[in-house]
Design a protein. Structure first.
Length: 203
């Protein structure tokens, strides 16, 4: 059976739209302080400062999704074509990306409560699934007839190793969150350093 080759540009455009929607939805967790609880300047300042968990969760997730989108684009620069198998793998990744605003909201609402550990585990576990999505996308896309000629084995190996390392660290963050919520979230956030530095250049 002949392999069905798809339009790579349409796949990237669709994916970009999903990332854009997910990153925009993060702001919906912010609610203006109720007038009844902030009748003076001092009360309003106090209410705004009380939003810091939402701001922290928003910033962490915003930057993370931004870096994820950059890496998604980087991976697709290594490809010359896409096929059905890659589209399904990419679809799984996008499914998890669209869900990220929800665990972000849960983390923001429960970071200062006795349920902080559960919220942090839930948050970090979602990024384990994101990383699974990237690994599935790599396995589906790193086939010879889909990869650009310039994407040598060294480049693909570098990307593969980074994705696998990410799975280990996200899993570790999830486990740590069960014992210390802030530490788990910090480990999860520090993975920006790995993804921001990952080089997809074929030169």
């Amino acid at each position: 059976m002949a392999t069905m080759i798809m339009d790579k540009d349409r796949t990237e455009a669709f994916s970009d739209g999903i990332f854009a929607v997910a990153i925009t939805l993060l702001i919906l967790d912010f609610k203006a302080p109720d007038r009844g609880a902030a009748n003076s300047n001092g009360e309003l300042v106090h209410a705004l400062l009380g939003l810091w968990p939402s701001l922290l969760a928003f910033l962490i997730s915003f930057v993370t999704i931004l870096v994820m989108w950059i890496n998604h684009h980087g991976f697709f620069t290594l490809l010359k074509e896409v096929d059905r198998r890659l589209l399904y793998a990419n679809g799984f990744l996008l499914l998890i990306v669209t869900m990220l605003p929800f665990p972000t909201a849960v983390l923001a609402q429960h970071l200062q409560t006795p349920a902080a550990k559960t919220a942090a585990v839930f948050y970090c576990a979602m990024f384990v699934l994101v990383n699974v999505g990237y690994n599935l996308m790599y396995m589906a896309g790193a086939r010879q007839y889909l990869v650009r000629d310039k994407a040598c084995g060294r480049v693909m190996s570098r990307v593969r190793n980074a994705y696998r390392l990410g799975f280990v660290w996200y899993s570790l963050a999830t486990v740590v969150s069960a014992f210390h919520a802030p530490a788990g979230v910090i480990i999860c956030s520090l993975l920006w350093l790995l993804w921001a530095r990952l080089d997809y250049s074929t030169r």
